[in-house]
Design a protein around this ligand. Structure first.
Ligand SMILES: [Fe+2]
Length: 343
């Protein structure tokens, strides 16, 4: 018997770490928990070593502070074992690059900001092997996402419409435009392989979002079967109506018992042309976080719950990926009927 899965991934991880600008004599820490993929740890270890970096593979106990299963949800609450251990945090702060192979990552854990402030770069990886390989980023993707983020920075209003009935007006003042590009190349940068998206964190939006059949609900990794209408006022979901998925969302909000559960969080559009909308249907839920859905070129992605710029700490994080929308920023169309306008 033999297992070549890590060797099979070595080339992809080496290309990824090269995009993360890993240099000779840099310090790479691979962070894992017992539930992490061993082949990813081995592939990242080999890739860092082949680039001449010092490498440490650190495995810490599993367990999250979030009151939900650690099934690659995207809530990013971090691991309790790291949140409670300054020695582990110091190791991560001392690294040039952390390859985060934990099941949930730390994106919404404030400690991640501390680690990034130390200058550490973090790349988070947890989707299935062929999802990583198919969506391996390219250096030129950065110019594409920066263009979108720059447009948001100098604009006042984003408008989202669709034939299904969506009509949302988003105020961009103090909305902190950002991007994800799939590699962490600058000091203090976090990113996620794979991802290519433009996003922002608005406070105020008004109108309605209408989810159409085939839109994707995350972290449930389910397709919408019957339209769902969400009435939005001042960035809060006031009313949810529709079929089975409307009931699902309503129950999620009630069960979460979270004061920010119905508040809108990040939103933006996807630019990942290699993404596959059917990935959600083709893999086991434990195999994916769902970056194909989140970053699909021409989608409109919006979310609920945590909002770091408004001091809202919340585990009740939904990401909802919609197709067929038109996204317009101060009158410039960036997505038309679900098609990315990529100039
Ligand atoms: Fe999210």
């Amino acid at each position: 018997m033999f297992d070549l899965s890590s060797v099979d991934l070595l080339d992809a991880f080496t290309r990824e770490l090269t995009l993360c600008k890993v240099k000779e004599d840099e310090h790479v820490v691979i962070l894992a928990e017992p539930g992490s993929r061993g082949d990813y740890v081995a592939a990242a270890f080999g890739a860092a070593k082949s680039l001449g970096a010092h490498v440490i593979a650190a495995t810490v106990p599993g367990g999250s502070p979030a009151p939900m299963p650690s099934t690659h949800t995207g809530a990013g609450p971090g691991l309790t074992s790291v949140l409670n251990d300054t020695t582990a945090q110091d190791l991560l702060k001392s690294a040039d690059l952390v390859v985060d192979l934990t099941q949930e990552g730390f994106i919404h854990a404030p400690v991640q900001q501390e680690i990034l402030r130390a200058g550490t770069r973090i790349i988070f990886v947890c989707d299935a092997p062929d999802v990583l390989v198919r969506n391996l980023p390219q250096e030129g993707d950065k110019a594409r996402v920066l263009q979108g983020a720059d447009l948001l920075k100098c604009s006042s209003v984003m408008r989202v419409t669709s034939d299904a009935g969506t009509d949302l007006t988003v105020q961009l003042k103090n909305a902190h435009p950002e991007f994800q590009v799939g590699f962490a190349d600058d000091p203090g940068r976090w990113d996620h392989w794979p991802s290519t998206m433009v996003l922002c964190w608005p406070e105020f939006s008004d109108g309605q979002l209408v989810l159409a059949e085939g839109d994707i609900l995350l972290p449930f990794k389910e397709y919408v079967r019957a339209p769902v209408t969400l009435q939005i006022a001042d960035g809060h979901i006031e009313k949810v109506s529709g079929g089975a998925e409307a009931q699902l969302l309503q129950t999620f909000f009630e069960d979460a018992g979270d004061q920010w559960g119905r508040s809108l969080s990040h939103m933006g559009w996807g630019l990942m042309k290699s993404a596959d909308w059917f990935a959600t249907a083709m893999y086991g839920k434990g195999d994916l976080m769902g970056m194909d859905a989140r970053a699909f070129a021409g989608n409109f992605l919006w979310s609920t719950g945590p909002h770091p710029f408004l001091g809202r700490e919340s585990y009740a994080h939904l990401d909802i990926a919609m197709r067929g929308c038109t996204v317009s920023v101060d009158g410039t169309d960036v997505v038309v009927d679900g098609r990315l306008i990529d100039s």
